[in-house]
Ligand binder design. Sequence first.
Ligand code: NAP
Length: 244
Amino acid sequence: MNPTAVVTGGSRGIGAAVCRLLAQRGYRVIINYNRSPDAARALETELISAGGQAIAVPADVSRTEDVRRLFRTAEKTFGSVDLLVNNAGISKRQVLTDATDRDYEELMSVNFGGVFRCCREVIPYMLKTHSGSIINIASVWGICGASCEALYSASKAAVIGFTKALAKELGPSGIRVNCVAPGLIDTEMNASLTEEELRAFCSECPIERPGTVQEVAAAVLFLADSASSFTTGQVLQVDGGCAI
Ligand code: NAP
């Protein structure tokens, strides 16, 4: 039977590219969305028209009940969950003195809390088959930190620490847990960057350009696939070398 993948934040950007690549490779895909129902449903239609199996499912990953419903729907629809890609994320650029308690709570609750809730929910499904793979989308900023993104960087550093700990906890149960840490990727998340900021950032990277969503999706596929069956607890940087 074809494996089932849940991709959080699958409606746009990196998540949508991951959904497309997984569907092409025969995965049955749960496209999770929060605020973009039209984009998610259009992607569902696109994947099914191309011969794949997919369903768009709403859930705010910062809400426990939504996350429970997401995984119940996944199992009811496709019978199992073999791969979880924790991709949903938000960013906020601000000097720390401008950050409110609400900014802190939102960033942590989506970027790290979402990973925590989805992992907690998926583990019982994966334990049934003593197999599975969890891939968390972190960020190079979680490794080296970004000015004016201290809270975002901290939320992604939490994802990296969590990934390593969970890999140790779940390895004996046949479940692998890894991270992909993208650098600057061309998505709506970076729409507020000026041309000048973009150029300045790229000039500091050995590969002097932003990455594409397809390049991140390819790394996710590698960590999902049996090609990486002896790899767990790792952080795969897809960043053009910017954090060497
Ligand atoms: P994006 O284009 O802004 O898309 C964000 C996605 O996350 C959307 O599908 C959105 O869904 C979803 N999302 C946001 N809040 C959610 C919530 N509470 N519950 C469920 N889904 C939610 O961003 P992106 O660039 O593709 O980023 C994807 C991931 O890569 C994020 O974790 C981000 O931190 C990470 N990343 C991005 C970059 C970059 O340069 N782009 C670099 C490093 C890491 P809706 O629209 O349906 O709400």
